[in-house]
Design a protein around this ligand. Structure first.
Ligand code: PNS
Length: 166
């Protein structure tokens, strides 16, 4: 049984993430999507919300499960018995960001990092850009599942309402 971990913040999960997870699920027997739960980081969605959205977005993939993690990713991989990490690469910027982490994780535990090239139609999609564009009224529906899209618009509306009251 070969198991891989797909880690990230997923705030929120995009169709770019889902594509990478689905492709990892074809390469490995089991994929654990690892959602970083770090109380000190400010997120738009809570840990539980991000876990729930990922579980919904990957429900069609039978060999994928979702789990939260904190602390060192290499410790989580060891706990899960995962020999590989899978990360998506959208371009050179991602590689610059990911390579030191891949080397550090290899140094820490010998876990292998497998890079999957993002599909061209999704290379401009990131959680942060989707949040920014949606908050300014742009259409991000093509980049999110309908359920995540609804939650994002609702959360941004809540934020706006709160800001208007203040
Ligand atoms: O979606 P993100 O924010 O790019 O995900 C980053 C994540 C969670 C994969 C990264 O921050 C991480 O691996 N955090 C765990 C802490 C850790 O192990 N740090 C050392 C990495 S070499």
């Amino acid at each position: 049984m070969t198991r891989a971990v797909c880690p990230g913040s997923f705030d929120p999960v995009t169709l770019g993430h889902v594509d990478i997870v689905a492709r990892a699920a074809r390469l490995f027997d089991e994929v654990v999507v690892a959602v970083g739960v770090n109380a000190s980081k400010r997120r738009l969605f809570s840990d539980d919300e991000r876990l729930e959205m990922l579980a919904e977005a990957t429900a069609h993939l039978p060999n994928v499960r979702v789990a939260g993690f904190s602390g060192l990713l290499t410790d989580f991989c060891a706990e899960q018995g995962a020999a590989a990490l899978v990360k998506g690469l959208r371009g050179a910027g991602d590689l610059e960001y990911e390579l030191p982490m891949a080397r550090m994780n290899d140094h820490l535990s010998g876990v292998e990092t497998v890079f999957v090239a993002a599909r061209p139609e999704l290379t401009h999609v990131s959680s942060s850009l989707v949040k920014e564009v949606a908050s300014l009224g742009g259409d991000v529906a093509p980049f999110l599942s309908p359920a995540v899209h609804d939650r994002l618009l609702a959360r941004l509306a809540e934020r706006r309402a709160r800001a208007d009251q203040a």
